[in-house]
Design a protein around this ligand. Structure first.
Ligand code: DQA
Length: 144
């Protein structure tokens, strides 16, 4: 059984992308942290990062058999309507993550079209947020 770690546009360059905002952890380091958390339930991690919205929709449709997901939609939070529709049709529980505290940033980042569909949102905690979201999933998904 697996957890989907899904990252949207511009998140493949974490570590060197605006480190003053997004920190210095790489996506590989984040994957390892998420794997460590969900390993407590014996789950694996499937990590996918795409810059294109349609590709993210494809990934979600392909991985509808996961136990849950950790999703950072990047800027698609703002107006990613087709990603939103794909998430609306995605049955497993999922947690939205933003490395930065988007509420403290530009006004255009103050809306997330995807967050209302999430079980919860972690923001402003940097890379630690992914670990916290993954840990939340280990509690949200019932034992079987
Ligand atoms: C982000 C916040 C978004 O507004 C931004 O477009 C990103 C990253 C974050 O993790 O803080 O790409 O999702």
């Amino acid at each position: 059984r697996s957890v989907l770690l899904l990252n949207g546009p511009n998140l493949g360059t974490l570590g060197k992308r605006q480190p003053e905002i997004y920190g210095t952890d790489t996506l590989a380091e984040i994957e390892a942290a998420v794997a460590e958390e969900v390993g407590a339930r014996g789950w694996e991690v499937v990590s996918e990062q795409r810059n294109g919205e349609g590709e993210l929709v494809d990934v979600l449709q392909r991985h509808d058999d996961v136990v849950g997901a950790v999703v950072n939609p990047g800027a698609l939070m703002i107006a990613g309507w087709s990603l939103r529709d794909a998430l609306a049709d995605f049955a497993p529980p999922w947690v939205e993550v933003h490395l930065s505290n988007v509420w403290g940033r530009e006004a255009f980042r103050h809306t997330s079209v995807t967050a209302p569909l999430a079980s919860g949102v972690v923001m402003g905690m940097g890379a630690l947020g992914y670990r916290l979201a993954a840990r939340a999933l280990t509690r949200l998904v019932p034992e079987d």
